[in-house]
Design a protein around this ligand. Structure first.
Ligand code: MG
Ligand code: ZN
Length: 374
């Protein structure tokens, strides 16, 4: 009887405890760093190819919080990379070809321009020229993505602390005869046009930039090597070097998955996708150790209408069939497509990236979860 009473009292107590509203508010951890990795032109089938063609488990498999974005631009059902990147960089829908400008061509502040005054370091890495649409939308403003020289002129005066990509000629072989490589030096940016350095050799510089090709970086199949992973690692080390202020935003673009889609070249596509996945791994490894880093991986749109189909064969009797054990990389267009593209998020704030939403919400969510909009 005594034990029975005790159990009753215990039960009653626990019920009361449960129904009471918790006095302490759940504290949601804010990320202090954000690494946004964009694989240009990468839909679900492109990502899926890593699961069939990469020798190891793809880093895409390490995410738990996954969403989908709608990518249409303000004036076209199918976006291009300029409007797609402007959605991420500025949080607005604009017309295809626009670099961080609105429909009426007015300049819209980019995430980098918004956070730099808050003492947050910023970096950009791409396997294209730094002036190409995706990276350009984070630091320049132009009514057209084709104005590479105009876009380049924004970089030496920008607040960006670290960059690595191609595009030397847009800085030193210009119609206006200016040598912007000199301007970088005058503005205190350490510029290297030969190779990525070790972190210890650039640690003391306040800003560092790498322009490692006249125009775009080579493809992986033509010998680019592990530039993207190395640059991602170096960028993270450089941007987080000040222990008293390790806050940073880094954008990393696998630019050429898109170009492989345009040329309907499956082998090119897979090699670029696997290279991008390696860079995702570098970002995730850092985020796991750091604990304060939000990693967001997405794409501006899909390119090529890519699919992993089966191979059409014929039996000895001449009967047509599909061999479900032999993949056939197929494309349905040489352009972009309107398909929704996936978003993968890891780290503090990553649960906010679940669901189906517009591409502009990537900007909104980053600014919100970090409180950089405050
Ligand atoms: Mg791009
Ligand atoms: Zn494209």
């Amino acid at each position: 009887m005594k034990i029975y009473n005790l159990i009753l009292i215990g039960l009653l107590f626990s019920v009361c405890a449960c129904t009471q509203t918790p006095s302490k508010k759940t504290i949601i951890k804010k990320p202090t760093n954000v690494i946004l990795l964009i694989a240009d032109g990468t839909g679900l089938s492109q990502i899926s190819s890593a699961f069939f063609y990469k020798d190891s488990t793809p880093n895409y498999a390490r995410f738990k919080n996954i969403g989908l974005i709608k990518t249409s631009s303000s004036q076209q059902l199918i976006t291009d990379s300029a409007a797609g990147a402007t959605a991420f960089a500025c949080g607005i829908k604009t017309y295809n070809g626009a670099i961080a400008v609105a429909d009426d061509s007015t300049h819209v502040k980019t995430l980098i321009e918004l956070v730099a005054p808050k003492n947050i370091k910023t970096g950009l890495i791409a396997t294209s020229s730094i002036t190409h649409a995706t990276p350009a939308s984070f630091f320049a403003h132009s009514s057209s993505r084709n104005n590479a020289q105009e876009i380049a002129s924004y970089l030496p005066k920008s607040s960006i602390d670290f960059f690595a990509a191609g595009g030397i000629k847009h800085f030193n072989k210009r119609d206006d005869k200016q040598d912007l490589l000199e301007t970088f030096v005058q503005n205190g940016v350490h510029i290297d046009t030969t190779a990525l350095a070790t972190f210890s050799s650039i640690k003391s510089f306040s800003k560092a930039g790498y322009l490692l090709a006249e125009d775009h970086m080579k493809s992986v199949t033509n010998g680019r090597g592990d530039f993207l992973s190395k640059a991602t690692n170096l960028g993270i080390e450089f941007l987080s070097k000040d222990t008293d202020n390790p806050n940073f935003f880094l954008m990393v673009e696998g630019s050429q998955v898109d170009w492989a889609g345009h040329s309907n070249d499956g082998d090119y596509l897979v090699s670029e996708l696997i290279d991008f996945d390696d860079a995702v791994g570098i970002a995730l490894d850092f985020a796991e150790k750091d604990g304060n880093t939000l990693v967001v991986v997405t794409a501006d749109h899909e390119t090529g209408g890519f699919t992993l189909g089966s191979t059409a064969k014929k039996t000895a009797e001449g009967k047509a069939y599909n061999d479900y054990n032999e993949l056939n990389m197929m494309f349905s267009t040489h352009g972009h497509s309107a398909t929704l593209v996936p978003v993968f998020a890891y780290g503090p704030g990553s649960e906010n990236f679940k669901g189906v939403y517009e591409n502009t919400a990537i900007f909104d969510k980053i600014m919100e979860v970090t409180a950089w909009n405050k």
